[in-house]
Design a protein around this ligand. Structure first.
Ligand code: SAH
Length: 395
C-alpha cells in the first residue's frame, strides 16, 4: 500500500479524526497510488495515523476512511458502516413518518463522498469523491445485500465530481429503473419525486423537520413560499389548513410538479398560486403591489459556494430577508434558511439582524432550525452542519 508522509505539525487535525487532508499538508508520497486507491497516512515522525482514499486532482488530496489500526478497507468495512448508518435511522423512527430519508450521509456517517438516499423501494446514490468512485462496485454489492429494494440508481451528476477529476454520470446501478415520478410521503402529505432529473437526488430531504414545523403555524394563513422547488413547504402548509400559498421559483418544471403534487393530495387547486421568476425581482414586485402575508418562507439555493463568493452571497441573503420581512403582516412569521456550509450560523443571524434594521421591523427568533436527524452532524467534521435556519416573529 502506498504511503503518504505529512509535513511536520500537519497531523493535528487527523489526531482529532478530521477526515480531510489538503495537498499542502503532504510532504511526500511513497508509491504511485491511482485515483481513489487506499493509502496509509504517516506523520512526519513516522507514526501511523490512519487510512484514506487518494485523490490526485483534488485540493482535498486524501479523505480518511479509518483511524483504526489494522482496519482493512474492503467490502466488510463498507458493510459495517452501512449497518451502523441503518441502525441509526431505524432508531430515529424516521421510517414511520416518511418513506424517503438519507441512509448514508457522507463524512457524517464515516463514508466521505458517499450519499445514499432511500426513496420508497429505491436507493439513490451519489459517489462524490475519488474514493467512493473507486469502491463503487463493492459499495453497490453491499447495499444490494443489506437493503432489499427494487433498484439502485446513481445520481453522480453533481459539480463537485469535477474537482475530483470525475465525470458526471447517472443511471441504473442495480435492479429496476425507477419510475419517472416516484411517490413518497412525509407524515400524511404525499409527494411525487423526480429521481432521474430532480435536484440533488430528487428531493430536499434535509428540510423535512422544518416542513413539519410549519404545520404548527399554517392554519388559516396566507403564505409566501419563496424558492419553492416542488412545493415542499407549500403542501405541508395546505394540509394543515393554510388558506392560500404563493410559490416562487425560477423553474417552471418544479412549479408544475408542485401543482401536480397539490392535485395528488386533492387540495383545492385555487389555494395554490405559482409565480415563475427570479425571487429577487418577484419579491420586489410583490412589495410594490403592497402584498402582505402571514408567513414567508425563504429557502434559497446555496448563495456562498466558495470563500470568494462570501460578499455577494451575504448580500443575497440580506436582500431576500429584507424583502421577506417587508412582505409580512405585523406579527407574521419568517422561516429563513441558508444551506451555505461556508456561512457560519452566527454570521447568518447577523445578516438577518441587519435586514431587520433596514426593514425597521422588530424581530424575535422563536426557533433555531437545522437539518433533519438523518443528516447528522459529526463532531469531528463540523462542516457537516450546513443547513441552518430560524423561525422569526416579525413585528
Ligand atoms: N424548499 C424546497 C427546496 C428549495 S431548493 C423544498 O422544501 O423542497 C431551492 C429552489 O430555489 C430550487 O427549486 C431552485 O430552482 C430555486 N431557485 C434558485 N435560484 C432562484 C431564484 N433566483 N429565484 C427563484 N428561485 C430560485
Amino acid at each position: 500500500m502506498s504511503k503518504i508522509i505529512l509535513k511536520p505539525g500537519r497531523e493535528a487535525m487527523l489526531l482529532r479524526f478530521h477526515p480531510w487532508i489538503f495537498s499542502g499538508a503532504i510532504k511526500s508520497v511513497e508509491g504511485e497510488p491511482s485515483s481513489g486507491e487506499t493509502v496509509d497516512v504517516i506523520s512526519s515522525d513516522g507514526r501511523w495515523l490512519g487510512r484514506g482514499a487518494y485523490s490526485p486532482q483534488s485540493q482535498i488530496r486524501i479523505r480518511m476512511w479509518s483511524f483504526e489500526k489494522g482496519e482493512d478497507i474492503s467490502g466488510l468495512f463498507f458493510r459495517k458502516r452501512f449497518e451502523r448508518a441503518k441502525k441509526a435511522r431505524e432508531e430515529l423512527y424516521i421510517c414511520v413518518r416518511t418513506s424517503a430519508y438519507r441512509m448514508v450521509s457522507s463524512e457524517a456517517d464515516g463514508l466521505p463522498g458517499l450519499i445514499v438516499d432511500k426513496y420508497a423501494d429505491y436507493l439513490v446514490c451519489q459517489f462524490l469523491s475519488a474514493g467512493a468512485e473507486y469502491w463503487k462496485g463493492e459499495i453497490v454489492r453491499q447495499l444490494e445485500e443489506l437493503f432489499p429494494v427494487l433498484g439502485i440508481y446513481e445520481r453522480s451528476d453533481a459539480d463537485v465530481r469535477l474537482k475530483e477529476g470525475l465525470e458526471s454520470v447517472k443511471g441504473v446501478l442495480s435492479g429496476k429503473m425507477p419510475p419517472k415520478l416516484l411517490d413518497i410521503h412525509e407524515d400524511s402529505v404525499k409527494y411525487k419525486v423526480d429521481i432521474i432529473n430532480g435536484h440533488k437526488t430528487g428531493f430536499y430531504l434535509d428540510q423535512r423537520d422544518n416542513r413539519a414545523f410549519i404545520t404548527e403555524y399554517a392554519e388559516k394563513k396566507d403564505i409566501l413560499n419563496c424558492f419553492s422547488y416542488t412545493g415542499g413547504f407549500a403542501l405541508r402548509a395546505l394540509k394543515s389548513g393554510a388558506t392560500h400559498v404563493t410559490n416562487i421559483d425560477t423553474s417552471e418544471e418544479c412549479l408544475d410538479l408542485a401543482r401536480k403534487n397539490a392535485e395528488f393530495n386533492r387540495f383545492d387547486i385555487d389555494a395554490m398560486e405559482n409565480i415563475t421568476g427570479d425571487a429577487f425581482y418577484v419579491l420586489r414586485s410583490l412589495r410594490d403591489q403592497a402584498r402582505q402575508f402571514d408567513i414567508v418562507v425563504l429557502d434559497p439555493p446555496k448563495f456562498v459556494t466558495s470563500v470568494k463568493q462570501m460578499m455577494s452571497g451575504t448580500r443575497g441573503y440580506k436582500d431576500i430577508n429584507l424583502l421577506g420581512m417587508k412582505l409580512l403582516k405585523p406579527g407574521g412569521i419568517l422561516f429563513t434558511f441558508s444551506c451555505s456550509g461556508l456561512l457560519e450560523e452566527s454570521l447568518f443571524q447577523k445578516i438577518v439582524a441587519d435586514a431587520a434594521v433596514d426593514a425597521r421591523r422588530d424581530v424575535q427568533i422563536i426557533r433555531y432550525l437545522g437539518q433533519a436527524a438523518d443528516h447528522p452532524v459529526a463532531l469531528n467534521f463540523p462542516e457537516s452542519r450546513y443547513l441552518k435556519g430560524m423561525a422569526c416573529r416579525v413585528w
